[in-house]
Design a protein around this ligand. Sequence first.
Ligand code: PLP
Length: 443
Amino acid sequence: MVNEDYIRELEKKHVYGTWRYEHTWNPVVIEEGEGCYVTSLSGKRYLDLSSQLMCSNIGHHSQAVIDAIARQAEKLCYAAPGFATVPAALLGQKLAEITPGDLNKSFLTNGGSEANEAAIKIARLYTGKTKLISRYRSYHGASSGAIALTGDPRTQYAIGMPGVVRAPDCYCYRCPFGKEYPGCGITCAEYVDEIIRMEGPGTVAGVVIEPIVGSNGILVPPDEYVPRLREICDEHEALLIDDEVMAGFGRTGKMFCIEHWGVVPDIMSMAKGITGALFPVGATITRQKIADHFDQPGNLFSHGQTYAMHPLGCAAALAAIQEYEDKNLVEKAAAMGKVLEGRLNELAEAHKSVGEVRGKGLFWGIELVKDRGTKEPFVTRKQKFEPNTLKRISAVAMEMGVYVVNIINILIVAPPLITTETEIDEGIRVLDKVLEISDKEVV
Ligand SMILES: Cc1ncc(COP(=O)(O)O)c(C=O)c1O
């Protein structure tokens, strides 16, 4: 009998979940998706206020992408990466066109972790140096190298990768230096300079950042931060590696988040929005100087995967990017982001458990505190995997028909870029109700 209970139990028995205690997993079974909504196997409809994992940017159904996958599947489902194919060539060209500056040549993968593994390998091969600087509040993926770069609580489950040096976060609400912007002089960026000097510039291959930190808090840096990191990297001949896996593809109101500050990174990784999550694809794009390096005889590009440049994935990505362009989704995200910002600020005023709302475009976080004065969080990093107030808030929102992601101490509000004002209001009404749960626990 294919009903929701049966499928849930079957999946729990035979399929591992992700990042959870297995015995606590009690998922809704999703059967269909359309626009900004998903529907369960029992027929209950949910407004998706977080684009699943901040990835379903173009909505849950796109005929154009489905048709592109089907057309490609009829012709050729797979070719070994030793061959060239039409969709891989065209996707490489398209990514060169839509990314900033002279980012020009890509390695094509199946997701964000793999894109970052390629970034690590390329940075080390190109510079001949091994150390990589990343930050505490960061997530770069679950595979060995990517989880080693990651600084969030999940990193405790990694065996590690030699050569990762951690830098302090750019987190103005809880400044690690106890300072306040703008008087701080962007100490968090200047400290990266200090780290490179102390580690030895001859050993540091690159600095890896999420331009706006995603699952570790939707941390939006002041405007000077990323340009200053660019200068520091240039001075020390370290690469600036921009992880746009979550923040890219229109999410923040620009095609790529780093464009807010006019900075061109040396390597950019991407995934999620590249196909609007309708197919697993990732990419690692590099500047011309890096491509030139690997064009030299003797400089082996020593990386690869069976499913690199998968024709179905490349066809899906090309069609999804066309959707962003045809439907002006990046401009729409910027405009609708203003509406969302207004509504979230109203929520912050109405609810004493809201410490701060912050974000850009359609990429927002609501940070909850028990006391606005002391900023005591509801959930600490240590409590991430334990039952907690934010998990309860998301669960009650779900019962009320709205899916909203909680990670550590924030709720992530990041609807698909096709969202309407009516849908935003529907989501805000439910958030307004569920925030009463945390309001009651304010001390
Ligand atoms: C910034 C960032 N980088 C990398 C990843 C890893 O991507 P994936 O889960 O597709 O491997 C994620 C996933 O959420 C992410 O947010």
